[in-house]
Design a protein around this ligand. Structure first.
Ligand SMILES: [Mn+2]
Length: 422
């Protein structure tokens, strides 16, 4: 399997043309920045592994950092696409690896106007002078620590230098496009799910009480990489009580006999992300109490998948889970008032999935379109019983039903126990 997977020129051109035709007015311009290398993981020159900005990748197919892309219309109503990439630099390339240069960038993106970055200021100024509105997707990442990112500083400089321009948020436009997946995108997602499936099933056969969460996580991640995938997000392997923490990533506990282990993991393939959760008993058998609660979560998962289709909203899907849990947990006696369900289930059931694990997509109250891809992940977190259960599948929305991409990843208790028996 080839490690270097690219989107096709055809697909990229289609996306850019669609964007320009649908959203760009005559004196509009779309401006995208590639991600920058994130330095200082620690020390002076230890950089984080680079991963392209998803919007930039979506329209250009370019995985290299620092690039800039502009999409605008010509005076005759045609489309103009311009890409700026890093200069070739034999010395730097000896240290930090090859740069694409203009020719390879043209080849990958299908954009014929490719320049080096040192020409970008001049060309951007010319285009800005002829434009009225500039669409930029923001916020760019780097906002977690409240510091303005490099891109935000750049946008601020543009605002000062070109006061006649109106700057608008392109995320609102990109999210309409990115919500609906093309056949090629669904193919990549299927591959990401397939890699995740193999990793989970192989890991379940090997794991046993006494292993640590991080040893089990290593088995999963080894399989992702062995199959040519990447790790889409910080893997969660949470045993016993740790399963009630939604984004538990420490992974340093020894897994004890009889505990449940919650895996929320996803391979990335061609920059598309799987996102799968399964909860399995370390000892190979569910206890009767674990099984009782597991089956309640499984019921919620199946109900949502049965109902999801074109036009349903993420909000409606979540209500199904809340209603089902209210009913079942009241019957069980775990809760006595319907509101108490919030103590044991405290997130939404779905999010969009694609280039980003929490993908850019339409809002919770908008009807889902055909070929949108979402997760279905009901959960039940009972801290006092040291039990966290979540079952997550990835589905494609169709006109009258949903297509479950992760259907073949075991989730029936018998099936899971069968795999664990080896
Ligand atoms: Mn998820």
């Amino acid at each position: 399997m080839a490690r270097n997977i690219f989107l096709t020129q055809d697909e990229l051109k289609k996306r850019r043309h669609h964007f320009a035709r649908t959203f760009l007015g005559d004196r509009d311009l779309l401006l995208l920045f590639a991600g920058s290398e994130q330095r200082l993981r620690n020390g002076l020159d230890n950089v984080y592994p680079f991963r392209q900005d998803s919007n930039f990748y979506y329209l250009t197919g370019i995985k290299e950092s620092e690039a800039v892309f502009i999409l605008t219309k010509t005076e005759k109503g045609g489309i103009r696409e311009i890409l700026f990439v890093q200069e070739k630099d034999p010395l730097k390339e000896k240290w930090t690896g090859y740069r694409l240069g203009k020719e390879a960038a043209k080849e990958i993106s299908g954009i014929s106007d490719v320049y080096y970055l040192n020409q970008s200021e001049g060309i951007i100024s010319q285009l800005f002078n002829k434009s009225q509105r500039v669409w930029i997707p923001y916020p760019y990442k780097g906002t977690l620590n409240e510091e303005p990112s490099q891109e935000v500083l750049r946008i601020n400089r543009f605002k000062e230098g070109f006061p006649h321009l109106r700057f608008l948020n392109a995320l609102d436009l990109l999210k309409v496009m990115r919500t609906r997946k093309s056949p090629l995108e669904i193919k990549f997602l299927k591959e990401a799910v397939k890699i995740t499936k193999t990793a989970l099933h192989k890991t379940w056969k090997k794991m046993k009480p006494g292993m640590t969460e991080y040893q089990i996580r290593a088995l999963v991640e080894y399989e992702f990489k062995r199959q040519g995938g990447d790790i889409a997000f910080n893997s969660i392997v949470a045993a016993g009580e740790n399963g009630v923490v939604l984004h538990y990533v420490e992974c340093n506990k020894v897994v004890e006999e009889g505990e449940l282990v919650l895996f929320d993991v996803g391979a990335e393939y061609g920059l598309y992300s799987a996102d799968i959760t399964r909860t399995v008993p370390i000892s190979g058998r569910f206890t009767p109490e674990q099984l009782k609660y597991y089956n309640i979560v499984l019921e919620c998962n199946k109900k949502v998948i049965d109902v999801a289709c074109q036009g349903t909203t993420l909000g409606e899907l979540n209500s199904i889970v809340v209603e089902t849990l209210r009913k079942r947990l009241t019957e069980d006696g775990l809760i006595s008032q319907p509101e108490e369900v919030g103590k044991y289930y405290y997130h939404g059931v779905s999010h969009h999935l694609g280039l980003d694990t929490h993908d850019l997509g339409q809002g919770r109250e908008e009807g889902l379109p055909v070929n949108s891809v979402i997760t279905v992940e009901p959960g039940l977190y009972i801290k006092e019983k040291k039990m966290g259960i979540r079952i997550e599948d990835d589905i494609v929305i169709k006109r009258n039903q949903a297509l479950n991409l992760s259907k073949s990843i075991a989730k029936e208790p018998e099936e899971i126990m069968g795999i664990m028996k080896k």
